[in-house]
Design a protein around this ligand. Structure first.
Ligand code: NDP
Length: 241
C-alpha cells in the first residue's frame, strides 16, 4: 500500500508542485489550503489530488482537518509543512498584526500540524516531516523581520524535533528555497526581477517549484532514513551556508 502524504498550502505555488511530484512518486496525497477556492478547485480538477481547507495557524482546525484526511486516505506518514505567508514592511512600520499573522502561520503552523500527526508517527515507528523554510530564515532579509524570524524558528524546530523523532524512525528535515518562480515572485515587476533579484543569483535565474519538489521527494523516501535534522539549501548559489 502506498504511503499517505499531506502537504500544507498544497494547491498552488511550490506546494502544488510538491503534491504533483509526490503523487508521481506513488504517494496518496492530500493538499491543504487556506481559502482560495478557485485555485484549489482548479488544482483538484487538473490533478485529481484531494483538497482539504483549513487554517494551519489554528490548532483545533488542524486537529479536525488531519482527522478528516486520515479517515479518507489513511494515516499520514509524510507531512510537508509548506503553507506560508508574507506581510512585508520595514520594522518601524510593522504592526503587531503583521508580526502575529506571519509567526502564527509560518512558525506556529508547524507546531499545530506536526503535533497532530506526531503520536501516530511514533506509534507506527515511521514518519517524514519536511519543513519549507527559506533562504531569508538563514540570512535575514530587510523588510521581512517577521518572516525571517519565523523561518529561522522553523530551522530550530526542525533540529530539536529531529532528535526526538530519531529513535522512532521519524526524520525531520528542512528545505531552504531561494527565489522560486511562483506567482508571488513573478508578481514582482520585471525590471526589479531582472535588475535587482536575478543578478544576486549565481545560476542566473529563478528556481522552479519542481526543483523544490524533487528535494521533498528525496527527503520523504524510505531510503533517506539516515538524514535527519538537516537543512537542504536550494538557492542557485545565492547564499552559501
Ligand atoms: P504561495 O503564496 O504561492 O502559496 C501559499 C499556499 O499556502 C497556498 O496554497 C495557500 O492557500 C496556503 N496557505 C497560506 N496560509 C495558509 C494557512 N494559514 N493555512 C493553510 N494554508 C495556507 O506560496 P509559495 O509557493 O511561494 O511558498 C510556499 C512556501 O515556500 C512558503 O512557506 C514560503 O514561505 C516558502 N518559500 C517561498 C519562496 C519563493 O520564492 N516563492 C522562497 C523561499 C521560501 P490559499 O491558496 O488558499 O491561499
Amino acid at each position: 500500500m502506498s504511503r499517505v502524504a499531506l502537504v500544507s498550502g498544497g494547491t498552488r505555488g511550490i506546494g502544488a508542485a510538491i503534491c504533483i511530484a509526490l503523487k508521481a512518486a506513488g504517494y496518496r496525497v492530500a493538499a491543504n489550503y487556506a481559502g482560495n477556492e478557485e485555485k484549489a478547485k482548479a488544482f483538484h480538477e487538473e490533478t485529481g489530488i484531494a483538497i482539504f481547507k483549513w487554517d494551519v495557524s489554528d490548532y483545533a482546525d488542524c486537529a479536525e482537518g488531519i482527522a478528516k484526511v486520515e479517515s479518507e486516505l489513511g494515516p499520514i506518514e509524510v507531512l510537508v509543512n509548506n503553507a506560508g505567508i508574507t506581510r512585508d514592511t520595514m520594522f518601524h512600520k510593522m504592526t503587531p498584526d503583521m508580526w502575529n499573522a506571519v509567526i502564527d502561520t509560518n512558525l506556529t503552523g508547524l507546531f499545530n500540524m506536526t503535533h497532530n500527526v506526531w503520536t501516530g508517527m511514533r506509534d507506527r515507528s515511521f514518519g517524514r516531516v519536511i519543513n519549507i523554510s527559506s533562504i531569508n530564515g538563514q540570512k535575514g532579509q530587510m523588510g521581512q523581520v517577521n518572516y525571517s524570524a519565523a523561518k529561522a524558528g522553523d530551522l530550530g524546530f526542525t533540529k530539536a524535533l529531529a532528535q526526538e523523532g530519531a529513535a522512532k524512525n521519524i526524520t525531520v528535515n528542512a528545505i531552504c528555497p531561494g527565489y522560486i518562480g511562483t506567482e508571488m515572485v513573478r508578481a514582482v515587476p520585471e525590471k526589479v526581477l531582472n535588475e535587482r533579484i536575478i543578478p544576486q543569483i549565481p545560476v542566473g535565474r529563478l528556481g522552479e517549484p519542481e526543483e523544490i519538489a524533487r528535494c521533498v521527494v528525496f527527503l520523504a523516501s524510505d531510503e533517506s532514513g539516515f538524514i535527519t535534522g538537516s537543512t537542504l539549501t536550494a538557492n542557485g548559489g545565492q547564499f552559501v551556508v
